[in-house]
Write a protein that binds this ligand. Structure first.
Ligand SMILES: Cc1ncc(COP(=O)(O)O)c(C=O)c1O
Length: 401
């Protein structure tokens, strides 16, 4: 496993990360950090998680040679890491299973979570159903409208959805409310954060649970290509699917690492979610990292067509990878993502979620007629079912026909 980027004791990756929280939350985070450090080494915990990954999620997810896209590009040989085939349709379940096992071992009985695209909410509601725990999901009212299928899924799974009306009514505001809930219900509640964001130990813990993606991809490419890939590409919201893929390759200096953010209507406009391309370092949700902020340090509202990338912050490890130049980050607009969403569907028979459509759009843009004889692994971290209504509306397709 990579040792490139272990955070220090207070959870800092280089200058980024930390625990910027109220005094009430501090003991909870320390308790969580200690419990996680102990449990992750426990053989029974590892065995239980592996069994769930294999038999509940359907891991390992395949590494698929996207031959049609490779041919279309006339460039590199492209592989998809197919985490969209996981139970519940995205990578989020990997992390939720790890955290719910931890919650059980810590004796917590009430689970809370925030969600944007609804994928993390669905994954949390799913693991709560599996383990019989009470589940409350905070979700911005704007996201409740644009991610309708996932809202119904969460309800079927027995979760209580709490609509959030503050701010931009999306992921950032949902996370604010979830943190408030945690402060009020310290004793019995476990907060399952859905990305590599938030205060220490979440960025490290979520990355560790998601790194199964990169561990598998590394082993699979060595069998299929007999060498490591030249490029890794993944979309970045809070950063969990990307860190999951990148982490096991961080010490392989010849592997180029590319994170793709949502630039919304353009990275230079006010309607963007491209935190690292357009933002500056600041504090959000207990962590020091790149954020979108105004000159008074007020967090700006983000915008992206994809609810899962519509977040004005990013996980601190990504900020460190950017600053240390181990990874590069680029922005892709809503329009470019929508085009890639259609192109991937037509060329490969795979309808991707709007989030990885950003990674695909970057691939189409930057690799056409370039990088021949190179190998790319792109993280196809979610399937498009949840986005059908949004895409149909944007593309002027009448779903009542
Ligand atoms: C399919 C999918 N991909 C990506 C993301 C972005 O999250 P992260 O950057 O943590 O992978 C989300 C968030 O909801 C998602 O649902």
């Amino acid at each position: 496993m990579s040792n490139y980027n272990e955070p220090n004791k207070t959870g800092r990756f280089g200058q980024f990360g930390g625990m910027y929280v109220s005094e009430t939350l501090m003991p909870l985070l320390i308790e969580l950090d200690q419990a996680y450090s102990k449990i992750k080494k426990d053989k029974n915990f590892q065995k239980e998680l592996k069994d769930l990954f294999n038999n509940y999620v359907g891991r390992p997810s395949p590494l698929f040679h996207a031959a049609n896209i490779s041919k279309y590009l006339n460039g590199p040989k492209v592989y998809f890491k197919r985490d969209e085939l996981n139970h519940t349709g995205a990578h989020k379940i990997n992390n939720c299973l790890g955290q719910i096992l931890l919650a059980k071992k810590m004796g917590k009985t009430r689970i809370i979570a925030e969600t944007g695209a609804g994928q993390h909410g669905v994954a949390t509601a799913t693991v709560c159903a599996l383990f019989g725990l009470e589940c409350h999901i905070y979700m911005g009212s704007k996201d409740i409208i644009r991610q309708k299928p996932n809202v119904f899924r969460m309800k079927l799974l027995g979760a209580n959805i709490i609509p959030v009306e503050s701010g931009s009514k999306s992921l950032k505001d949902a996370m604010n409310e979830a943190l408030r809930d945690w402060i009020k219900n310290v004793r019995d509640t476990f907060y399952i954060i859905g990305s590599t964001a938030g205060p220490h130990p979440y960025p490290k813990m979520v990355r560790d649970f998601q790194s199964i993606i990169g561990i598998e991809a590394r082993a699979q490419i060595l069998v299929q290509e007999k060498k490591l890939p030249d490029f890794l590409i993944a979309c970045v919201g809070g950063g969990s699917n990307a860190m999951g893929l990148f982490y096991p390759f961080l010490n392989d200096k010849k592997v180029s690492i590319i994170g793709v953010e949502a630039a919304g209507k353009g990275a230079k406009t006010n309607e963007t979610a491209a935190t690292m391309t357009s933002g500056t370092p600041g504090i959000l949700h207990g962590s020091y990292s790149y954020v979108l902020q105004d000159s008074d340090g007020q967090i700006k509202e983000a915008h992206s067509i994809s609810a899962g990338l519509d977040y004005p912050g990013v996980g601190p490890e990504h900020s460190h990878l950017k600053k240390s130049q181990r990874a590069k980050y680029f922005g892709i607009t809503d329009k470019e993502a929508l085009k890639a969403f259609q192109l991937c569907s037509k060329l490969e028979g795979i309808i991707p979620a709007l989030e990885p459509s950003h990674a695909l759009a970057y691939l189409f843009k930057a690799f056409k007629n370039k990088h021949k004889n190179k190998v790319v692994i792109l993280n196809l971290c979610g399937r498009g079912d949840k986005d059908l209504f949004t895409a149909a509306k944007e593309l002027g397709f009448d779903t009542d026909e």
